[in-house]
Design a binder for this molecule. Structure first.
Ligand code: MEV
Length: 314
């Protein structure tokens, strides 16, 4: 049997803008998807036992199968001839926006490689997971699979010319508590990404100005993280959320959770990932603030994840 895992992630700055070449910052969270792969008799059979994944897994089933076929093709295997049983689990909840699809793709690619005795460096796993991500995101930037493969805190810039993307590991003084709040709405990342591209085409002036602000914000966010100025990081996250509202990828449930987190004292809050549902992220340094914000969301009936950004990988 082959085994593999992939990190969950949260985007601190730049989701959607990264698809168009603006830099973004993502952090792995301390939860991962795990996969086991066994050669079998017929077809590709997936058993998805990720926690909280029921609705998520059902809605994403077709995209998941397409992603596995893409992955096999990227590994020079014929999806029609491969017979494997895949088990998915791990402690990364199946929330939209936490990079669950990329984490599972990385886990599955690693498990397939082990089961078929193929020696693949992380760079190749990342490329294979990127191919798989196309099934979920249509035209992904690559930030999710990069965070899922390498972990850590990542500065990411897509190379719009098709060459290698810029990937830098950032370091911060110490890990910082965050709360991920889940709207409970399973979002369609592919539709959200396509919607932004369409609106950008229709309103180039408006969108170019917003994209310019997002670029500036990513650089300021990097500086604030490296200087460990968490108040500033929070302010910039708030600003990032405003830009995401302007490009119409937030929704009332995300805005509600963002406002709630800020009222409870979060240093900053924003949606994270594709939007249109899925998750938001609140910066809540210290266990007490994290607990306050998390339980306020739980009291309103939302599911949350208490985790940290900036955890060193390994
Ligand atoms: C999804 O987690 C992040 C998006 O920017 C899509 C992508 O970068 O591939 C919305």
């Amino acid at each position: 049997m082959g085994r593999g895992s992939g990190f969950g992630k949260t985007i601190l700055f730049g989701e959607h803008f990264v698809v168009h070449g603006v830099p973004g910052i993502a952090s792995a969270v301390d939860s991962a998807a795990e996969a086991e792969v066994k050669k079998s008799q017929k077809g590709i059979n997936v058993t998805d036992e990720r926690s909280g994944a029921k609705g998520y897994a059902e809605k994403k089933k077709l995209q998941q199968l397409e992603s596995i076929e893409r992955m096999l093709a990227a590994m020079s295997m014929d999806p029609k001839k491969v017979a494997i049983d895949i088990w998915l689990g791990g402690n990364l909840p199946g929330f939209s926006g936490l990079g669950a699809s990329a984490a599972s793709s990385v886990a599955i690619a690693r498990a397939i490689a082990e089961e078929f005795n193929i020696d693949l460096p992380d760079e190749r796993i990342n490329d294979i997971a990127y191919e798989a991500e196309k099934a979920y995101a249509g035209n992904p930037s690559g930030i999710d699979n990069t965070a899922a493969t390498f972990g850590g805190l990542i500065w990411f810039k897509k190379n719009m010319g098709g060459g290698s993307n810029t990937i830098e590991q950032l370091s911060i003084r110490e890990p910082v508590e965050i709360v991920i709040g889940n709207t409970g709405i399973v979002a369609n990342t592919k539709a959200m990404v396509a919607g932004v591209a369409e609106r950008k085409k229709q309103n180039p002036e408006k969108y170019d100005a917003i994209f310019g602000q997002a670029e500036k914000l990513a650089h300021e966010g990097r500086k604030a993280l490296e200087e460990f100025d968490l108040r500033k990081v929070g302010e910039l996250m708030n600003e990032n959320h405003r830009l995401l509202q302007e490009i119409e990828v937030s929704c009332k449930e995300l805005d509600y959770l963002v406002d709630l987190a800020r009222e409870q004292g979060a240093f900053g809050a924003k949606m994270t990932g594709g939007g249109g549902g899925g998750c938001m992220l609140a910066l809540t340094p210290g266990k007490d603030l994290q607990e306050k914000v998390a339980s306020a969301m739980e009291d309103e009936g939302f599911k949350v994840l208490r985790t940290k950004i900036g955890i060193q990988k390994g």
